[in-house]
Design a protein around this ligand. Structure first.
Ligand code: ADP
Ligand code: MG
Ligand code: MG
Length: 252
């Protein structure tokens, strides 16, 4: 069992005008096998939370803690966080010129495991994962993110997750820009990894649509830098009907 624990997290982002406080006391615990949906309006700080746990240099933790099985995540470098079992798709560069998907995945796997995967198993694993995600094998020879469509980027994200076998994954708007077919394939991928490895998931999303395909154990409403309410799946249905108005201090 693995536990990601976020306690009273305060984070500022570096802007030209100086540091701007964004996260204002986030508390969240994600255990192996659990899926937590984090929903909230644009600009509420959901991505800031993901970036902060990932160790993005632009985000400064001013107070609070993040631990993985008691280990201080905030003291770890970005690579160490991945080695500890955290999967954060955004930590990887947007485009990696001249590096094929195949080579990228293999070096990421080597970095996370501390040793190169055995070639024969690896080739088979990659092939199986790509087939499951309904990706053409020629995709492996393309350069990372170069000319990828929105759907290809998301599939590549889930492909990484399937192969790296993390303990806890943070998926930031994995559903945005996907048509229903792609959404199903991507969701099946997440469910497969959950089932096979007991992955814990923090699913950041703007829409309740993805929750039809990925079962969330808990839904959290993220407002103005903190969690305003937590509940079960019925909370997502309520959000779909009512929106976020009742949480906002200034009514729109
Ligand atoms: P969400 O993912 O919920 O839409 P974000 O975490 O992206 O929210 O943004 C939260 C707030 O922080 C917004 O007001 C946004 O403008 C601000 N912010 C985030 N990153 C930066 C940045 N690099 N520079 C300036 N402001 C930022
Ligand atoms: Mg946003
Ligand atoms: Mg965001």
């Amino acid at each position: 069992m693995t536990t990601l624990e976020i306690r009273d997290l305060h984070v500022s982002v570096e802007t030209e005008a100086g540091p701007k406080p964004i996260l204002k006391g986030v508390d969240l615990t994600v255990n192996s096998g659990e899926t937590h949906a984090l929903m909230g309006p644009n600009g509420s700080g959901k991505s800031t939370l993901a970036y902060s746990v990932a160790g993005h240099p632009k985000y400064t933790v001013t107070s609070g803690t993040v631990t993985l099985d008691g280990e201080d995540v905030l003291a770890m470098g970005v690579d160490e966080r991945a080695q500890a079992g955290l999967f954060l798709a955004m930590q990887y560069p947007v485009e990696v010129p001249g590096v094929t998907v195949s080579n990228f995945l293999r070096s990421a796997k080597t970095a996370v495991d501390g040793e190169a995967p055995k070639l024969r198993h690896w080739v088979k694993d990659v092939k199986e994962a790509m087939t499951a995600l309904r990706m053409d094998t020629s995709f492996a020879e393309r350069n990372v993110n170069e000319g990828f469509s929105g759907g290809e980027k998301k599939r590549h994200e889930i492909l990484q997750m399937e192969l790296l076998q993390p303990k806890i994954a943070i998926l930031d708007e994995t559903d945005s820009g996907l048509d229903v077919d792609a959404l199903k394939v991507v969701s099946e991928g997440v469910n497969r990894v959950k089932e096979n490895t007991g992955l814990g998931v923090m699913l950041i999303t703007h829409y309740t649509r993805i929750l039809r395909y990925i079962q969330a154990d808990q839904v959290h409403v993220f407002i103005e830098g903190r969690i305003a309410e937590s509940g079960g799946r019925e909370l997502a249905d309520r959000l779909e009907e009512e929106g976020y108005d009742r949480y906002l201090t200034v009514q729109a």
